[in-house]
Design a protein around this ligand. Structure first.
Ligand SMILES: Nc1ncnc2c1ncn2[C@@H]1O[C@H](COP(=O)(O)OP(=O)(O)OP(=O)(O)O)[C@@H](O)[C@H]1O
Ligand SMILES: [Mg+2]
Length: 253
């Protein structure tokens, strides 16, 4: 299945944050997105995941057009995102955070709870088991009962990944999974991502840590000022003079 992003344009006021962005990837693959601050990377994620509408262009997965679908429908179709600033519920425990991210719960409405209490309970048991399996996989078991607001930055990133996994997606969009994370935990998160990828889950990853990202993904898309500047293997694009110049802010490399 292919994720196809075609000619996306998005302006904030008069400012063109995305200016004709196109790329595609296998939904089971690993693709990195890099680029200087303000290049439009997070805006691109918001458009691709359906949190904001594009002014023009299209997004599709496996030939199904996503453009009229909101984030929940895109998640049901197999694609979820995480946020650059983790959006965990501070007062809920890690387990509760993951459980709350499970889609399609009949207990969500009071009516469902009133009409089908047995079904709601069975569903909650299943969701709890799924959350605990995910917590074990992410090695968060020691903090499963800790309020998420008390976790370290790196642990919060893992909770974000865990919340994404609860949707059982085929493709996960990660916005800076390594930002503010210590090197030991970066290696651990990258290793978990690689294991998930070997199981068939694809990842589209925005990162500023080019070393860690280049070790994880075989292909990079470089963005600058709302456009795709270059695309290819990490070793190749990082040596591209145009890419080096974009990162140095116009100073010749
Ligand atoms: N909600 C918004 N309203 C107005 N302008 C916005 C909004 N979101 C982003 N922008 C602007 O769009 C541009 C691209 O922002 P975006 O967050 O996509 O960049 P980025 O590549 O993710 O940067 P960073 O690496 O710093 O996270 C920036 O100039 C930003 O100020
Ligand atoms: Mg960003």
């Amino acid at each position: 299945m292919t994720l196809t992003v075609r000619d996306i344009t998005k302006s904030w006021g008069g400012f063109r944050a995305l200016d004709g962005v196109s790329f595609s990837m296998e939904s089971s693959g690993l693709l990195g997105i890099i680029g200087p601050n303000g290049a439009g990377k997070s805006t691109l994620f918001s458009v691709v995941s359906g949190f904001i509408g594009a002014d023009a262009g299209s997004v599709s997965l496996g030939g199904a057009a996503f453009d009229r679908m909101g984030p929940a429908a895109r998640a049901r179709a197999g694609m979820v995102r995480t946020f650059q600033v983790p959006r965990e519920f501070h007062h809920l425990t890690v387990r509760e955070n993951l459980m709350a991210a499970a889609p399609g719960q009949s207990g969500e409405g009071l009516v469902g709870l009133f009409l089908r209490p047995g079904r709601v309970r069975a569903e909650e048991v299943a969701i709890r088991a799924e959350a605990d399996a995910t917590i074990d996989f992410l090695r968060l078991a020691p903090v499963a009962d800790t309020p998420a607001g008390r976790l370290s930055g790196g642990q919060k990133k893992l909770v974000e990944l865990g919340r994404a996994l609860m949707a059982k997606p085929r493709l996960i969009l990660l916005d800076e999974p390594f930002a503010g994370v210590n090197p030991v935990l970066i290696a651990e998160i990258a290793e978990r991502i690689a294991v998930l990828n070997a199981r068939g889950i694809g990842f589209l990853v925005i990162e500023h840590d080019l070393d860690a990202l280049s070790r994880l993904v075989p292909r990079l898309v470089v963005m600058d000022r709302g456009r795709v500047l270059a695309e290819g293997a990490p070793t190749q694009v990082l040596l591209d003079p145009a890419v080096r110049e974009a990162y140095l802010g116009g100073v010749a490399a």
